[in-house]
Structures are given as structure tokens and as C-alpha cells.
Design a protein around this ligand. Sequence first.
Ligand code: UDP
Length: 328
Amino acid sequence: MKLEIPASCRTEPMKVLLTGAAGFLGSHLAEALVGMGHDVTGVDSLITGARENLRSLENNPHFRLIEHDLAAGLPAEVAAGQYQRIWHLASPASPVGYVKHQVITLKVNAMATIALLELAQRCKARMFIASTSECYGDPLEHPQRETYWGHVNPVGMRSMYDEAKRFMEAATMAYHRERGVDTRIVRIFNTYGPRLAIDDGRVVVAFIKQSLKGEPLTVQGDGSQTRSLCYVEDEIRGFIMLMELQPYHLPVNIGNPDEVTVLQLAEEIRELVGSKSEIIRMPLPPDDPRQRCPDITLAKNLLQWTPVVNRREGLKRTIEYYRKKIQA
Ligand code: UDP
């Protein structure tokens, strides 16, 4: 992946801690940070991430991975470490992943966030937390602005993720306001691209895999629910710009407002793959948001960030990656 990072984000080489480094977003971010000259320590439990996502950094002296479950606390050497930047991306992030790992999801977003904020305070590090559009729940405001408080079921089948992420935001604001920690909060909307786990049920990869294998495409519900899809390169560039460009501490949406229904997405992916798969209907999972689309006015004004990879182009690149992976 070739990321165009604005020159204004360049700094002296720094010591960086990155949790969730072996995940989809974490691994792309790790490559970008090492590419910018930083020295990166990654932490990942590998429950939903994979070592192979980090293959390009395997023998790189500026990257190391500590295999560790943050739900059990920080690794001793991390707790004693000295960092200038801390990125907290560790968490199961798909509906399949967080329902399978409910307690870990709660702990890694709540307790590990507190532990990392304490570490950031001690190190005087700048800390970035990966929050989510799930904070808006099944939104009654559309598109979603950062000022919208959300419509979340606190005991539903997404609550272990949604409420943990909302707690994470609250904790981050408290450490910023009371203890002066220099924090950044991103709300990530649906992001896709190479390295999304192939079997965790997320819609883009599910449809690509099904199309490539000639299996039926499983549209849940009537397929009229919407998502807005951001290509991973755009998302990672947004993260780095948010971290480096402005001392802004409230949440910022980073996502692509290009909204599509799930049915339209199934048809598009099938066509781009050149597949003859049929489209079948499956039950809609509980608490599935009806619509989701970021208002990115804030990111545009604050950071001059805007996504540049359109859906067709991003899907083509993603399909090529999975075509090779499935053939291998
Ligand atoms: N979805 C679908 N078929 C699938 C997987 C997902 O129709 O095989 C739908 C799902 O019901 C939801 C949307 O696609 O409305 C996005 O689901 P995903 O799991 O990717 O993430 P979410 O945005 O819900 O967290």
C-alpha cells in the first residue's frame, strides 16, 4: 500500500506504541508509521488479528510485535516503557468478533484504555483511541455528525462493543480534562480493503469471498440497510493527520460518506468479480443499524482530509487481493 502522508505530518523519529498491530487497520498503520521513520512496538493477542498481516515488517529493525492479551493488563515492559505516541486500536471489531469475545471486548476497550491513558500521562505521550460509528447505534440523525449522542441499546447484541467504545471515549475525555493527557479520538466508519479477516462475516469480504467461490451472496434482511464504505488507505491517512495536525480532543468522524445499500453492494461486487452467484436472503441480526453515513465536515475543516479512493476502485483492489489469497 502506498500512502500519501502530507509533509506536515512528518516529525522526528519517535518511539511509538501501537495496540492491535496485527489487525486489519493496525497492520496498515504499523507499515505507515515505520515508513515515516518511527520505531514501533506492536501489541496484539492475535485473537482476531494475524501475524501474516505483518509479514512486510517481519525483519524490520524498527518494528517488533509483543503477543499479549491486553484484557489481562499491560505487558510489564510496555508498562515500564517510554513512548511519544500511543495508538490504541486493539479490540475485536466485527459483529462476529465481539459477540464471540464479549468480555475481552469490554476489558480491552475499558480497562486497557485506562491503563494506556495512565501510561500516556506518565510518558507525556500523545494518545489516539480508535472509537467507532457504533457510538451512534441505530442512528436517528442522518448523516451522523459528531454532536449526535446516539441511539444505542445498552443490553443488546452489540452492547459489549458499543458501550465499551462509549466508555472509552468518556475515559479519554476525563484523562484529557482532569489530567491534561494529549488525546485524539477517531470515530471509524465501515472501512474495507486487503487484510480484513476473511471469515469474520463483514459485508465487503463476505460478498467478495462468496462471489469468488461461486457461492450465494448472503444479504441479511431486505438489503435496504445502508453503510458508507471507506477504503483503508484513506482511513489510515485520516488517522495520521488527526494524530499530528491539530490539538483537537473531541471525537472526529473519519469515513467515506459514499452511502450504499447492502443489496446494491452485493450486486456491485458480484459484477466486479464477474460472478454468476445468486443473491439469497438471510435473517437480519438483532440491533443491525438501518443506516450509517458520516458527516465529515469537521475532518474536512479541521484537517483538510477527504477520502480520495472511490468505491469501484477500492473494491477492485480489494477483490484482487482476495482473488490471490483464495487461489494460493
Ligand atoms: N451483511 C449482510 N450479509 C453478510 C454480512 C453482513 O447482508 O454476509 C449486512 C449486515 O446485516 C449489516 C451490513 O451488512 O447490515 C454490514 O455488516 P458488517 O458485519 O460488515 O458490519 P456493521 O456495519 O454491521 O458493523
